[in-house]
Design a protein. Structure first.
Length: 303
């Protein structure tokens, strides 16, 4: 999977959530089986085939060919969903850390983290030999921290933020290409800035381990939380549910959560639809509420 891959993701990757107490994060299942390196490669290849099949369906083809392509698309969508769900715990861990120090609702932080996770799934190139979690963590962490800091007086000007995000994005691209973290000089050369400027841009980004001081994994699942995906009926699909939303809600949810390409921000969606960021955010909330209501009630999490 690489930057040519499409994306498929809805309502936090098909995971229905509700906010809990501040700092606790969304009450979601975070114990989906971890993927082996072989699992990751196999799923990535299935996603890529599905993307190519979807593109082929946009061109004229014989009916039997279209049936075969449609099967490949469904397999790819299932692979993408499994990939995302297997890495939800990474988003939950970062959400809990950020929620402890901000007034931003945990569910909002979690949603931003899931958008970043889907971006990482689409951009990760399994051919480079890098494990997915190591590649995705900076994407998720930076997106959540940016969301947690989006309050008056907490961040610098928009241009400054854009430059910092560009540096961090280049840092991740170089890390995957080189198989290691780039040096300050390498990163500075890549972005056309002085090494001192790059150091200042990256200074706020403190690395936080996913393990406790004794090396044991941090527990991110809520033992008291209801499992929203246990025995979820095969007949229910987030993708089909999104397709059934009315316009313009369907377009907003599709663009925001990557059903029709790369997940987009509120400003970009508003520009495309000729609406304000606040309007598209409200449309997205309406769509997510409808998706939650359509998910079988016994599999939704109670507030």
């Amino acid at each position: 999977m690489d930057s040519r891959s499409g994306r498929h993701h809805g309502d936090h990757g098909g995971v229905m959530t509700t906010p809990t107490a501040r700092g606790a994060g969304p009450r979601i299942r975070t114990d989906h089986p971890l993927l082996t390196a072989e699992d990751e490669v196999g799923l990535a290849r299935a996603v890529e085939v599905g993307v190519l099949a979807r593109q082929a369906l946009e061109r004229p083809a014989a009916d039997h060919d279209r049936d075969d392509l449609a099967v490949l698309v469904r397999v790819g969508e299932g692979a993408r969903e499994r990939f995302v769900l297997a890495n939800v715990r990474l988003v939950a861990a970062e959400t809990r850390r950020a929620a402890a120090t901000t007034a931003v609702p945990p569910d909002d932080l979690f949603g931003e983290g899931m958008v970043a996770l889907t971006e990482a799934v689409a951009r990760w190139d399994h051919r480079r030999g890098t494990r997915f979690a190591g590649y995705a963590l900076p994407w998720v962490r930076n997106r959540i921290r940016a969301a947690a800091g989006e309050r008056p007086g907490q961040l610098g000007p928009v241009r400054r933020r854009s430059e910092v995000h560009r540096v961090r994005g280049e840092q991740m691209r170089l890390a995957q290409r080189l198989g290691r973290q780039p040096t300050r000089a390498e990163l500075a050369a890549a972005v056309g800035r002085a090494p001192e400027w790059v150091a200042r841009a990256l200074q706020p980004d403190v690395v936080v381990s996913l393990h406790a001081a004794d090396g044991s994994p941090v527990e991110v699942a809520d033992p008291a939380a209801v499992d929203p995906l246990t025995e979820l009926p095969d007949g229910w699909s987030a993708a089909r549910a999104v397709a059934g939303l009315p316009e313009p809600v369907r377009s907003v949810v599709s663009m925001r959560y990557g059903f029709t390409g790369a997940p987009s921000g509120w400003q970009e969606i508003g520009r495309r639809l000729g609406r304000s960021p606040g309007q598209v955010r409200r449309l997205a909330e309406r769509g997510l509420e409808q998706l939650r209501s359509e998910c079988p009630s016994q599999h939704r999490v109670a507030a």
